[in-house]
Design a protein around this ligand. Structure first.
Ligand code: CA
Length: 256
């Protein structure tokens, strides 16, 4: 049986560890089913019935004084329900990103409108699955999240990338614009890092999706445009007349 206690490791001891996944879901039947399925697939599964226990972990990290992202840093992915008691999934996701946790997040939602999907991605989620979903689909998405995070390792990551007045520190995941640090979602950061690693190279929307989201991305190329728009708002002096992220009509985007 999967443990009913929040954030208790399950009793299964799979032979091959696929990764450590936290499932945050208040509906017991769904939580248990997901936990059991992922566990059967060889994942190490932790469960939480609400967002507050996850918040407690981030508080513990903040107060530890070591700067160590203890519990959450050991996770390879979080499966996060949107409608949760106390703290909803979107706020939790936003907070985790704000606190600097880069763990891949798959959002589960009963809502299926495009707006909800975009909001989910905006707060830093990596993928989105609408209820009801099949367990095979869920397992495939979780696997894909884990694959993607190591799919395109940059060889010999430079310690700093500079372009005009934008400076990006790849290993620190920090970006300075005109001397001030800006906050980027993980996807925005990955896009910018890609652009800055290849100045003036033109990227098509499909190439960006492949490199940033992965081959099995389920959305469409509008997602790229939305992310570019957000990046422009953070980078450009005048987002309507960009100097950094330029549109190359008929092809895609390039930097500078
Ligand atoms: Ca729920």
């Amino acid at each position: 049986m999967i443990s009913m206690l929040t954030l208790e490791p399950n009793k299964y001891q799979p032979q091959v560890k696929m990764g450590r996944v936290l499932v945050v879901e208040d509906e017991e039947l769904i939580r248990e089913t997901i936990a059991l399925t992922l566990s059967d697939e060889g994942f190490d599964v932790l469960t939480a019935a609400d967002g507050s226990s996850v918040l407690e972990l981030t508080n513990a990290d903040r107060c530890s004084g070591t700067g160590g992202k203890s519990e959450i840093a050991q996770l390879d992915a979080i499966v996060l329900d949107l409608m949760l008691p106390y703290v909803n999934g979107l706020d939790l996701c936003r907070l985790l990103r704000y606190e600097g946790y880069m763990v891949p997040i798959l959002i589960l939602s009963a809502k299926s409108s495009e707006t909800d999907r975009v909001v989910g991605l905006e707060v830093g989620a990596d993928d989105y699955l609408t209820k009801p979903f099949g367990m095979r689909e869920l397992v495939a998405r979780v696997r894909s999240l884990l694959r993607r995070s190591t799919r395109y390792p940059l060889p010999q990551t430079p310690s700093v990338l500079k372009f005009k007045e934008v400076t990006l520190y790849p290993t620190e995941c920090r970006v300075m614009v005109r001397g001030e640090e800006i906050n980027l979602s993980p996807k925005e950061f990955r896009i910018l890092e890609l652009f800055m690693s290849h100045p003036r190279r033109v990227w098509s929307r499909d190439q960006l999706i492949e490199r940033v989201w992965g081959y099995d991305f389920m959305g469409d190329s509008k997602t790229v445009d939305v992310h570019i728009r957000w990046l422009r708002e953070k980078l450009e002096v005048d987002p309507s007349r960009p100097e950094y992220l330029l549109t190359v009509r008929g092809f895609g985007y390039r930097m500078g």
